[in-house]
Design a protein around this ligand. Structure first.
Ligand SMILES: [Fe+2]
Ligand SMILES: [Fe+2]
Length: 262
């Protein structure tokens, strides 16, 4: 039985692959399942587009992956927010979001700030980094207040602009990330101006404050300390995230099955 998965670069995906008996319970059992990298991943990187070559390799025994990937931890049938944290998010985002939320909690901030901090970079966990404030806001919008989603959306722009009144300086990290002469584009400057004039400005600004102090190695926060805040401020659908028909359900499903061909 040739039951393995391959990525676009043709290496077999084997890390965490369960034993043969278990494999039969995964979809497409008995076939090699090819994983085509997402188009946006390769664009502009010089990596070759492998779609055509993979289509040519297709056969009755070699198909494109659909459904649970044995190399990933299986998600529960009705996944909740913290399941995505534990089973899908990369380590840096996992730690950063929990540290941000815990810092806001320890500072005695309102729960709306704590939940906004917990979710502000959620798209970086297992979806997309580019335009992360906008993606993160859209992912969670059906489940949080309008104010929290607005604050998450605008934190992306506010990070580029100091606000001395609350002690927020342009992040040193951004000088390192982008170079000291980087200027944010016009649409980001526009978003900053709009946010400044908005009644929810400080909700978004506070995200950027706790953001700054939340890249600490060696400080692990147990997600369970946030269970009550999540319970009161994030409407978890009984069907599970991804299966409730919300406008962002497909984004949660994309994180459950990130390797699906279509
Ligand atoms: Fe961010
Ligand atoms: Fe952040």
């Amino acid at each position: 039985m040739d039951d393995k998965a391959t990525r676009g670069d043709d290496r077999a995906v084997s890390e965490g692959t369960p034993s043969g008996g278990e494999l039969s319970s995964f979809p497409q059992a008995g076939r090699e399942r090819m994983i085509l990298p997402q188009p946006i991943n390769a664009l502009g990187t010089g990596a070759p587009n492998v779609e055509k070559a993979m289509l040519e390799r297709m056969s009755p025994q070699r198909v494109f992956m659909m459904g649970d990937n044995p190399a990933l931890q299986r998600m529960p049938k009705a996944p909740k927010l913290l399941d995505f944290f534990r089973l899908r998010f990369n380590e840096i985002t996992f730690r950063h979001l929990l540290q941000s939320a815990k810092s806001a909690l320890d500072a005695g901030q309102d729960e709306k700030i704590v939940i906004a901090c917990l979710l502000h970079d959620i798209s970086n966990g297992a979806l997309l980094r580019t335009e992360h404030g906008y993606w993160s806001a859209q992912v969670v919008a059906p489940y949080v207040s309008e104010e929290v989603a607005w604050a998450i959306r605008h934190h992306q722009a506010l990070r580029y602009f100091a606000d001395e009144s609350v002690g927020f300086k342009y992040p040193d990290a951004y000088n390192q990330f982008f170079g000291p002469d980087y200027e944010p584009p016009e649409y980001i400057q526009q978003a900053h101006r709009e946010a400044r004039a908005h009644r929810w400005y400080m909700t978004s600004r506070l995200i950027t404050i706790y953001d700054t102090y939340s890249f600490q190695e060696g400080w692990s926060v147990d997600p369970e300390v946030l269970t009550d805040v999540i319970g009161r401020n994030f409407k978890q659908p009984k069907e599970g995230l991804g299966f409730d028909g919300s406008p962002s359900a497909h984004m949660w499903r994309t994180m459950i099955w990130p390797n699906n061909f279509l």
